[in-house]
Structure formats: structure tokens, C-alpha cells
Ligand binder design. Sequence first.
Ligand SMILES: C[S@@+](CC[C@H](N)C(=O)[O-])C[C@H]1O[C@@H](n2cnc3c(N)ncnc32)[C@H](O)[C@@H]1O
Length: 194
Amino acid sequence: MYDQNFWNERYARDDYLYGTGPNSFLVEHSDFLTGPVLSLSEGEGRNAVFLAVRGLKVHGVDISEVGLTKAQALAKLKGVEIQTEVADLSNFEPRNNFYGSVISISAHLPSAVRNNLYPLIERCLKQDGVLLLEAYSERQLSRNTGGPKDIDMLMTVDKLKREFPNLEPILIQELEREVSEGEGHAGLASVVHS
Ligand SMILES: C[S@@+](CC[C@H](N)C(=O)[O-])C[C@H]1O[C@@H](n2cnc3c(N)ncnc32)[C@H](O)[C@@H]1O
């Protein structure tokens, strides 16, 4: 259901579905991040561009070429460079021991994809590398403020602990927060942070 066509159609509009400002959890914790940064499901570029403006090298991967074309346009507008790659995370192989950080902001994926990808994410981080993740939690299913309508794609703290067994949490929690990210994410939401 949430395939390449779905996302290309969602992004085929003049404005930015999730706005052009960065995710606020990312902003709050960006001092923890070092480059190069791998951004999973970067979409229209708001987070990659924010990090590039802060001087970090960013590699944004997404299945939607429409989203990533908008990401490059946003980077140009802000006078920065970002590397983008159209790829399906179900068969994406990040370079081992290469990234200082990985960010995953609303990068919701089916468990079958996560089970293959997340061990590779652990391995692609350099020693002391950081994963920063915000995802809608399973509690979000009953709300209409954003996120997939498929419980398998939604997260919990337990899923995070189980799926990243080799990462040591600096912070890991579920909470409710007001999200204001364009038309796509708007209103009170249940999220997990790590
Ligand atoms: C909710 S959007 C979030 C976009 C961006 N991270 C942000 O916060 O603005 C989810 C993104 O996941 C991407 N996506 C979905 N399935 C994917 C897959 N299998 N491989 C790569 N990207 C995927 C979509 O194209 C979309 O850009």
C-alpha cells in the first residue's frame, strides 16, 4: 500500500507535505550528531538540509524520486549540498562502519523490512555512532494526526530495544507531543524517541 507510487503521488504538489522546517526532536538533539549522517526515508529534504546547514555531510535515501528532487531543490535554495539516493530500504545496503550518525524520522517500514535493515544500520555506524529516531507509536493508530494505518509499521519502546539489540540507549521513551509539520503531520501524536 505505502509503495513508491503512493509516495510519488503524495509528494507531487508544489508545497512541501511535511513543511520545510526540520523535525523538532532532531533539532533538540542535533548536537549529538556527527557526520557523515545517513538519513533513512529522507523524503522532501527538510531534515537533511537542516543538518547540511549545520555543516554535516548528509546522505539521504528514499524510495521517492519526486521527494528527493524536492529535497535537492530545497538544498539549492538554502545554499547547501546534500547527497540523495533513490533506493528501496528493503534492499538497501549501507556501507559498514562509515556513518557517524543515522537519523530515522517518521521512516515507518514493515517489520519484514526492518528485520533485514536494522542489523545493517547497527553495522553501518562507526564506534560511538548515534542513531536518532522518532516514529509514531502503536498508540497513534486511533488518531488521525499522521502516520501509517498499519500497526506493524508503528513502533513501541520494546520493539526498538528488540530490533536494535546492540545499541545502548542514551534516551528511549514513548510520549505524546504536538506535531506541526506541514499538512502531513499535524496535531497531538503518540511517538517514540530514541
Ligand atoms: C512520513 S514520510 C517521512 C519523510 C521524512 N523523513 C520527513 O520526516 O519529512 C515517509 C517516507 O518514507 C519513504 N519510504 C517509504 N517506504 C520506503 C522504502 N521501502 N524505502 C525507502 N523509503 C521509503 C517515503 O517515500 C517517505 O518519504
